[in-house]
Design a protein around this ligand. Structure first.
Ligand SMILES: Nc1ncnc2c1ncn2[C@@H]1O[C@H](COP(=O)(O)OP(=O)(O)OP(=O)(O)O)[C@@H](O)[C@H]1O
Length: 318
């Protein structure tokens, strides 16, 4: 393992009786990265983070943070980690500042002025004396982030930190995370908001049903063939015709009134549709996004599973 690897998850697995929450997840996060752990609800993100934080016993695999193995019995590697997971625990009747002061007792080595510094960083300095019970969900998330930052962590592990935030709040948190990364803090962040994460992450793992379906630098994952977005008066017919053009159905995505087509030139698309009397009303190139990447890999995995099932059935019939 390279010395700059901060998180090393190797074949992590978690089964709850018949539920395979995490099937097989491996990933490595390097120092100074903003690493996105992305996937839809129920794909195993929180369970994986629970294992990373030594809260859940893995069924299999290993997890190392700062080179130290993490299990519920061994969590020394978490000394340099700040976390935000679910609803952060805080005293609702107390102010944000008082909550920070209480946590500060656990960090005697951290100077007291860090409290103000962190409250300013998360944009809560103006309301720091208001009781937390008056805070909106987004403000509570900010305070959760402030609590996570108090101990000057080298690594932040955040589970859906922008939950309940409006677009302005999300933007501010994005800027904050980027500035922390610039200061050398490594950030591991889970989210189902692929568009949002595309804007800040250096690398991502996209998970689905407890498996990593795509992993790598965001720019590499997006660097696929160009995508053309088209609109016609008969979407069903367009999908059928375009299906004849593309090598695989995974290159076709229906997006509201549009169909996104990958791996075929706009000229070919127009020619084919016009030849079948379906002149498109709109044709324009779009920037690929992580959502398309996810859909593409998800369809591939689905197809793989179907083929597997058909093959198994064929074997059973023999
Ligand atoms: N303690 C548990 N017992 C049984 N099943 C569980 C348990 N915890 C999670 N699961 C199941 O494991 C799967 C993965 O859940 P997990 O919460 O890790 O996903 P997630 O990607 O974080 O989703 P979300 O964003 O909705 O929290 C889900 O099907 C969930 O119902």
């Amino acid at each position: 393992m390279g010395s700059d690897v901060v998180i090393n998850v190797s074949h992590a697995k978690k089964y709850y009786r018949t539920v395979h929450a995490v099937e097989d997840i491996s990933l490595q996060v390097r120092s100074g990265e903003i690493y996105g752990f992305l996937g839809p609800n129920g794909s195993g993100k929180t369970t994986t983070i629970g294992m990373m934080l030594g809260l859940i016993y893995p069924t299999g695999g290993t997890i190392e943070i700062f080179g130290e193995q993490i299990t519920p019995m061994h969590n020394a590697g978490l000394r340099r980690v700040g976390t935000l997971m679910g609803s952060p625990s805080m005293m609702m009747a107390y102010s944000a500042r008082r909550n920070m002061q209480m946590l500060h007792r656990l960090y005697p080595e951290v100077p007291e002025q860090r409290i103000d510094q962190v409250l300013t960083m998360v944009g809560l300095s103006d309301v720091n004396n208001r009781p937390v019970k008056q805070f909106s969900t987004g403000m509570k998330q900010r305070l959760g982030l402030a609590l996570a930052l108090l101990g000057q962590p080298d690594l932040l592990i955040l589970d859906e930190p922008t939950n309940g935030m409006d677009p302005v709040g999300m933007h501010e948190i994005r800027l904050l995370l980027q500035s922390l990364a610039k200061q050398g803090v490594t950030i591991f962040i889970s989210s189902h908001l692929l568009h949002e994460m595309q804007l800040i992450c250096n690398r991502v793992a996209i998970v689905r049903k407890g498996l990593v379906v795509a992993e790598g630098k965001v720019e590499d994952l997006l660097k696929t063939e160009h995508v053309t977005r088209i609109k016609t008066r008969d979407q069903q017919k367009a999908v059928q015709l375009l299906g004849e053009l593309v090598e695989s159905q995974r290159y076709l995505h229906v997006n509201g009134p549009y169909v996104d087509v990958q791996s075929v030139t706009a000229e070919k698309i127009i020619e084919h549709l016009v030849a079948h009397s379906l002149t498109p009303s709109e044709v324009f190139p779009i920037q690929n996004n992580l959502e398309n990447v996810f859909l593409q890999f998800a369809q591939e995995a689905e197809k793989g599973a179907e083929t597997h099932a058909v093959e198994n059935a064929a074997v059973r019939e023999r």
